[in-house]
Design a protein around this ligand. Structure first.
Ligand code: NDP
Length: 241
């Protein structure tokens, strides 16, 4: 008798809103089993219902113990993780001299250390099951820099160095690690920006949509011969920077 392929188990950190939510939705549409994770459980639950995902969990990625508990919950409810997406992130835009120490620590501990910790915990299961794929959400700011975003840029460029090194470390285990680096995307994070003037710098003339980033994430998750890659999704913005 022909056996149905097992549905992949996916964890999307930061999956309750914005880019992460669009990624979780696309994965759920592929009939994968999707866990949506964010600090606010109610918002994560609402997203799970809206997009047809499977599990909502509350976790602050800057807290290692919460990450451990989250992976246990996912394993107990959905099984071993095949795909990990790290989209949890914050911005705290300010010139360095005006940036508070607590904001420096939050940016680094959520955007960079949080992602490192989720990857570390996910790897244990992926190594056991001899395969998996990770996509970390970076930013064009990591590549090119931006005034008022020195710490944010450090966290995102740090992610790229981390992901490329990890890709080398785990390739022999059949685990791939890639980065998607978006430009300006319509989400809560960019809602305060002056879009008209920024659009002039973007060759495609507009902000991107979360769904347009999600397509690239899915492509990398499902591409068996791509690892250590940074895929820029920015409407051509980097050509101008
Ligand atoms: P949103 O603010 O729309 O969503 C952020 C998501 O991350 C939410 O689900 C939020 O849920 C979650 N989150 C934030 N902090 C934590 C935390 N400490 N622990 C767990 N979850 C957390 O942002 P975007 O969708 O715009 O951004 C997603 C990623 O893409 C980020 O890493 C961002 O840096 C990156 N990016 C975004 C760009 C853009 O133009 N929008 C451009 C380039 C990169 P909750 O608050 O409930 O925890």
């Amino acid at each position: 008798m022909k056996q149905e392929p097992m549905s992949k188990v996916c964890a999307v950190f930061g999956g309750s809103r914005g880019i992460g939510k669009a990624i979780a939705k696309l994965l759920a549409q592929k009939d994968y089993k999707v866990a949506v994770i964010s600090r606010n459980l109610e918002v994560a639950q609402a997203a799970v219902t809206e997009i047809g995902a499977h599990l909502a969990l509350s976790c602050d990625v800057s807290k290692e113990n919460e990450i451990q508990c989250t992976f246990k919950e996912i394993k107990n409810n959905l099984g071993n993780i095949d795909y990990l997406v790290n989209s949890a992130g914050i911005s705290r835009d300010a010139l360095l001299l005006r940036t508070r120490s607590e904001d420096i620590m939050s940016l680094l501990s959520i955007n960079l250390v949080g992602t490192i910790q989720t990857c570390k915990v996910a790897l244990k299961g992926m190594i056991q099951q001899q395969g998996g794929a990770i996509v970390n959400i970076g930013s064009i700011v990591g590549h090119k820099g931006n005034i008022g975003q020195s710490i944010y840029g450090a966290s995102k460029e740090g992610l790229i160095g981390f992901s490329k090194s990890l890709a080398k470390e785990v390739a022999k285990r059949n685990i791939r690690v890639n980065v998607v680096a978006p430009g300006f995307i319509h989400t809560d994070m960019t809602s305060g920006l002056k879009e008209d003037s920024l659009n002039k710098m973007i060759p495609l003339g507009r902000f991107g949509e979360p769904e347009e980033v999600a397509q690239s994430v899915l492509f990398l998750l499902e591409s068996p011969y791509i690892t250590g890659h940074v895929l820029v999704v920015d409407g051509g913005l980097q050509l101008h920077l």
